[in-house]
Design a protein around this ligand. Sequence first.
Ligand code: SF4
Length: 335
Amino acid sequence: MQPLLEIIGLEVNFYTHAGVVHAVRGSSFAVQPGETVALVGESGSGKGVTALAVMRLVPRPGRIDGGRIRFDGRDLTASSDPEMRRVRGAEIGMIFQDPMSSLNPTMTVGRQIAEMVEKHRGLSRKEAMDRAAEMLALVGIPNPRTRLGQYPHEFSGGMRQRVMIAMALACEPKLLIADEPTTSLDVTIQAQILDLMASLQSRLGMAILLITHDLGIVARLADRVVVMYAGQVVEQAPVDDLFHVTRHPYSRALLRAIPNPQAEGRRDLEAIPGSPPDLYREPEGCAFAPRCAFAMEVCARFAPPEVEVGAHHVSRCWLLDLRAGQWGRRFLEAN
Ligand code: SF4
């Protein structure tokens, strides 16, 4: 099957007064039609910047310096600005952690949704308002006709997030990018929003690229997981493999550092020792080496290869390369 979204060797740098921040360094992964892919990693891993790059919304002083972003047969890195404005909203929807930053506080929610469909679908004003009411009903907002005329501040946090989802899906995009979509909400509302996303996905058949640090959300929604560290993809696997046959030492540390919904019984969380690397300097070998309990001499000197370790499961680590010999075998036997 042709992937809906294919990111190949993406490079994003930020040109600051203090030097160049290498935020994304040669990342590659794909999202199939209808699939949910979770992008996980600590803050500063490059997951949020990758999502912005797909929308071609990397803020200054950042820029895409290399690689390709293929979406539905087109190269978005080569698309014109007007073409990208059409793609955003019509073909790729996006929801953020804080809906207030994306909703216009001076415009009614009905007008905001209607404008989107008028612009991208060519509907009349009345048809667009009908569509807006239909979308509010679809995301479970009671009395949608009345609420069309209200402003964002008249909605609760959970309801505002539903409005964002209604707006993002109004044009039935093929891909929804959800950046920490429920972080600011309480647990009950979080569960409702996640259920809503899952049911809308099966109803509309769209793919989701989910950016999160919450493994509970990953377990609940994702088909596949892409783990990023210091701007690079270090492991990608089907969701069950990632939880049960984790191959990369960083992914293992990440699973131990945050509550894992698939772990049996209670266990203490273990902080990952050290801190993420300084992205001003590109590491010579493996960026995780200073924090890795399994680091070998080769790790600090040469970038690790990407190794296929299972069906659709790849990991970028010297331990998995036969050339690492004895150490690699011991790691695999112990895990
Ligand atoms: Fe650890 Fe070496 Fe693997 Fe990097 S390549 S994760 S340092 S073992």
